[in-house]
Write a protein that binds this ligand. Structure first.
Ligand code: GTP
Ligand code: MG
Length: 199
């Protein structure tokens, strides 16, 4: 699938105020700074459709982007950002969990993890939570440009072995680099196939 058109629709902190249309929707979630917003820009071929920052905690709201006039991409705040206050963390968590529980249009969540790191408890817990709530998800290993191929392979093998301790079958897995556009075709083809299956 090609992205021919992408535009920002709305930002908000209430799932009830998200776009009312029935278009299929794909959300990007993961720890702060993992590269969610950068990936959205890479997939849409836009430099700064979604706001990116070197400092974690940049994305603070639920952001809807309309793609090709027929589906939505959603950029979400990261979880596990240590520097927000406890109160703020609770508010964040509430609207993120609310979004996942209530948003009927959501057809797939992409959970992003940094390809350089060991499996993190917070990510595994979040994936388990998605599973418990019946939300289909796939995994994207980000920032692969920062690793040599052999190191990437080693990390992926290790990550998969940890996943297999929790799941009998692996979810779809992708690798990405927003820098060199790795993963763009695969991720868009995956979304395109799901969209086709919904028609
Ligand atoms: P929050 O909105 O704070 O939760 O972060 P985010 O997950 O949206 O991350 P964002 O896209 O803002 O990127 C965080 C930092 O990582 C920025 O400095 C990006 O330039 C950098 N970054 C993101 N993706 C990649 C990548 O694929 N390769 C490299 N080398 N850097 C990346
Ligand atoms: Mg962001």
């Amino acid at each position: 699938m090609e992205v021919n058109q992408s535009k920002f629709v709305i930002s908000n902190s209430k799932v009830e105020e998200c776009p009312q249309s029935n278009l299929p929707e794909y959300a990007f979630i993961g720890r702060s700074n993992v590269g969610k917003s950068s990936l959205i820009n890479m997939l849409t071929g836009r430099k700064s459709l979604a706001k990116v920052s070197g400092k974690p905690g940049k994305t603070r709201l639920i952001n809807h982007f309309l793609i090709n006039d027929n589906w939505h991409l959603v950029d979400l705040p990261g979880y596990g950002y240590a520097k927000v206050s406890k109160k703020e963390k609770k508010v964040f968590q509430k609207f993120i969990t609310d979004y996942f529980k209530k948003r009927k249009q959501l057809v797939n969540a992409f959970v992003l993890v940094d390809s350089r790191h060991e499996p993190q408890k917070i990510d595994l817990e979040f994936m388990i939570w998605l599973g418990e709530n019946g939300i289909p998800f796939s995994l994207i290993f980000t920032k692969t440009d920062k690793l040599k191929p052999a190191a990437l392979e080693k990390n992926l093998t290790h990550y998969k072995s940890v996943l297999m301790e929790y799941w009998e079958e692996l979810m779809p897995l992708f690798i990405s680099s927003s820098l060199d556009k790795t993963g763009k075709d695969d991720i868009l083809a995956y979304i395109g196939n799901i969209n086709q299956s919904l028609i």
